[in-house]
Design a protein around this ligand. Sequence first.
Ligand code: SAH
Ligand code: SF4
Ligand code: F3S
Length: 441
Amino acid sequence: MNKKYLYIETFGCQMNVHDSEQMAVLLEPSGYTLTDDAQKADLILINGCSIREKAEQKAFSELGRLIRLKEKKPELIVGFAGCLAQHLGRKVYSRVRNVDLVFGTHNIHRLPEMISACEQERKKITQTNFSSKITSLNIFAPPLHGSISSFVSIMQGCDNYCAYCVVPYLRGPEMSRTPDDVIVEIQKLVESGIKEVTLLGQNVNSYGRKLQQECNFVSLIKKINDIDGLERIRFTTSHPRDLSDDLIDCFASVPKLCEHIHMAVQSGSDHILKQMNRGYTAEDFLEKVEKLRHVCPHISITSDIIVGFPGETQEDYQATIDLMEKIRFDLLFSFKYSARAGTAAQKLPDDVPTDEKNRRLKDLQALQNIHTQEKHTALEGSVQEVLVEGRSRNSEQDMMGRARSWKIVNFKGTPETIGQRINVEITRGYLHSLRGKIKEN
Ligand code: SAH
Ligand code: SF4
Ligand code: F3S
């Protein structure tokens, strides 16, 4: 079989990143090897995100750039995938005519057949139908050579229908994988050298709700904790409404579970939270944070916030700022509201002017930078357990890894430390990372 090259460009969340890894694995038997040089590629896949208008624009501008490679290489196959393909279906062709293949989030496992049909028949293929099974999730993606950490999808889809969010329409209803499938996958990953897994789901807290057998997220975590050779467990993301006391207790009682939680608050205004259909108040959120910090005082808490949701007044925005001041997140991902087709909020007037959204976002990010810097400075002098992932991007002599809190730590070291958990004394806290030195025992 001829050696062929595959170039994948991924946008969006960790789920899309994981899907791209699975696409690469699935295409190996068809003779495709991953390349990071698009010029060399025989097949280009763009795995797009549709969460906000801007994400959509970015994917299309990349598609526009990459499709031009067909001018010099007419046999090049270009596919458009993921949440954005799911969202647009055939409409992709009216925006970019030359695309060969459009497939959605439930059709990844069919990729080898689709590519073979593209290669042989050179006709356009569109597959964006939903499946009632979770075939795609059960594809095993062996880790890339030398990887220490891996994603593991434990569920697909979302049933929450937050008013602003398009994900339930793109990834379908919530479905959980069986605990056995999850455990077997992690055991295989550990055999291939993986030390840390991040369990993925749009709302991992509701894991197992629709399974035949009795297993909730807490019992799944406890089972995973018993896997020999696995050293760390992370998960993302948690819906605040469904964060149980039992799960909070795991941060103290499950040794491999890292002390970090990503839990999107979205807004600090009860009126806006209600409009968003989030199912909790700012006070409820604060209470969960207090419980988490009571059980696990050093837990790192990260979150998402949307500014400029329809009807957000200056007072609503101020309530978000006040909540941020009370909580002081370790890190925040913040976004300007963007109306998405088919969502409940799309019917509401998008009435916060763009300039005002920009101002709110800028001020909120400036405040968060202060909080993040404070947290990082406070860690100076502390000793952190770091799982070493590889060389640092900043310097040849430096290695990088993550502390249990998910914070990036750079330190002087050698590649022999890759894959090890070592103690590092933090010497300097920067905004985006920590610097430290290996602590000799
Ligand atoms: N399931 C995750 C969120 C996935 S989407 C959770 O609930 O935690 C990631 C983030 O994108 C959301 O938390 C939200 O802050 C943001 N987001 C989603 N839809 C958006 C929209 N229409 N406009 C702006 N931001 C949005
Ligand atoms: Fe979107 Fe809400 Fe589901 Fe998260 S929980 S994916 S924000 S609908
Ligand atoms: Fe993720 Fe974007 Fe889809 S955030 S779930 S890739 S719409």
